[in-house]
Design a protein around this ligand. Structure first.
Ligand code: ADP
Ligand code: MG
Length: 442
């Protein structure tokens, strides 16, 4: 049996050293601005990837999700310029350095990885303009990026990149947004615009909110109802795994499947059509009314029956089996997220396993977004002693998570690696998801 391949996080000083050295190599010290002024100091910033504990495919249904920040971070060494030139290089994209001017950055104007970086500068400029400031406040910069966040694994390397740059620009431009949670919500909104509008990737807001607003030892309960004040939309939920003798194992299946974007758009459209059929603005309204009907009854068994009755009555009004199953996933997933948060608040983290298992079954059977690799990962983890396991992220590949007694983490990882080998699948990667710090200066 093959041994599990672990993807270690970097201590901040290691990550910072790496990008400082790469910066010095990319932009030699005698390299100065167009106008000949001496270059100012190089500063380093970092932002984490994230993993979602529960609440999948609920963000675009105005639902709830519960991400934590990973100890795995993206580092950027950044030196401001006095002109509007932006020069970028990344250790993950050798041979794809980029140079451009801020005034040329706009939706559709930048291709490749640089769109995630230049897009943040553009979006912050748009924010300043919309709030009575000037886009000129954002100046050019030279930057080098390096990261230990797995790429394209559903662990949000894209948001880690955007958010490291967002706190960097915030600092050198003196915006002061990173100093408050409200300001961080503004930085997250800029990173979301960069990803959606400049990089052209349709995503909800969970990744950027997690990278900028999570707290160590906590999970971030994010309420995705539109129109909520961003400060009221998040709550810090204690999630001190180590104190409870637990570990959250992330299994990067390294599986990539085609047609993912089309599937995502289809799920979204089905949910929107179902809400419209029910005369609701979104499926969160259905989830809230079903939960309300259940809460009005007495003991747990009666509550469960009332929940099923209220949900069943709504599903009966939908025209086809596919939309009934999609809606059932969304409504039950929002309820599972609320139940899991209640357990964490009660100091019962070791009891959340069955909710994770139920989430996986719902995503696999009702929402149909799992994949062979994800099913193999969660089944092998459970057999090896995980308390619960589920796919995480959009699905069709990406990563799974397993809640394990801390002392079982490496045995569970080895068991999953063995199951992949026996199934003829490529070796997965393993991370320990300790709830970690948000984006900031190093
Ligand atoms: P995920 O966010 O799940 O890792 P995405 O497809 O959303 O996957 O984002 C991956 C993309 O983000 C990469 O293809 C690249 O364009 C960009 N990216 C992320 N991290 C880096 C990095 N360290 N250097 C350069 N580009 C990066
Ligand atoms: Mg991403």
């Amino acid at each position: 049996t093959p041994a599990a391949q672990w993807v270690e996080s970097w201590p901040d000083d290691v990550g910072a050293d790496r990008v400082r050295q790469a910066f010095a190599a990319a932009y030699p010290a005698d390299d100065v601005d167009e106008d000949g002024t001496d270059a100012p100091e190089v500063r380093v910033y970092a932002a984490p990837g994230r993993v979602n504990v529960i609440g999948e495919h609920t963000d675009y249904n105005a639902g709830l999700c519960l991400p934590i920040a990973l100890p795995h971070r993206t580092y950027v060494a950044l030196r401001p310029r006095t002109d509007s030139v932006v020069r970028l290089a990344s250790a993950q994209e050798p041979g794809a350095a980029w140079t451009g001017r801020l005034e040329d950055v706009a939706p559709g104007a930048v291709t490749g990885w640089a769109a995630y970086v230049a897009g943040v500068a553009w979006a912050l400029g748009q924010h300043l303009e919309a709030t009575g400031g000037s886009t000129e406040t954002i100046r050019g910069f030279d930057a080098v990026v390096d990261s230990c966040v797995p790429y394209g694994a559903g662990l949000s390397s894209s948001a880690a990149l955007e958010c490291s740059v967002a706190v960097g620009i915030d600092d050198v431009a003196g915006l002061g947004l990173a100093a408050t949670d409200a300001g961080r919500a503004t930085l997250a909104a800029a990173a979301i615009r960069a990803e959606n509008e400049v990089a052209g990737a349709p995503t909800g807001g969970m990744d950027q909110s997690a990278s900028l607003r999570c707290a160590p030892g906590h999970a971030l309960l994010l309420d995705c109802r539109p129109g909520l004040d961003p400060v009221d939309a998040v709550e810090q939920i204690p999630f001190d795994l180590a104190a409870e003798g637990l570990a959250l194992l992330v299994i990067d299946t390294r599986a990539e499947h085609a047609l993912v974007d089309g599937q995502y758009a289809q799920r979204r459209a089905t949910c929107e059509a179902a809400a419209a059929t029910l005369g609701l603005a979104n499926l969160r309204e259905l989830a809230d009314s079903v939960a309300g009907a259940a809460a009005a009854t007495g003991d747990p068994a009666a509550r469960e029956a009332a929940f099923a009755d209220a949900l069943g009555a709504a599903l009966d009004r939908l025209p086809d089996d596919v939309s009934r199953r999609r809606v059932r996933h969304v409504v039950t997933e929002i309820a599972r997220t609320q139940d899991l948060v209640a357990l964490l608040r009660a100091g019962r983290a070791s009891d959340v396993g069955p909710l994770m298992d139920a989430s996986h079954a719902s995503l696999r059977d009702d929402y149909e977004v799992s994949a062979l690799e994800l099913d193999v990962a969660v089944e092998a983890a459970r057999e090896a002693g995980a308390l619960g396991a589920r796919m995480t992220g959009g699905g069709f590949g990406g990563s799974a998570i397993a809640l394990v007694p801390a002392e079982r983490a490496s045995a569970v990882a080895d068991a999953v690696a063995g199951a992949f080998a026996r199934a003829g699948l490529a070796a997965p990667g393993f991370l320990l998801a300790v709830p970690s710090a948000p984006a900031g200066a190093c």
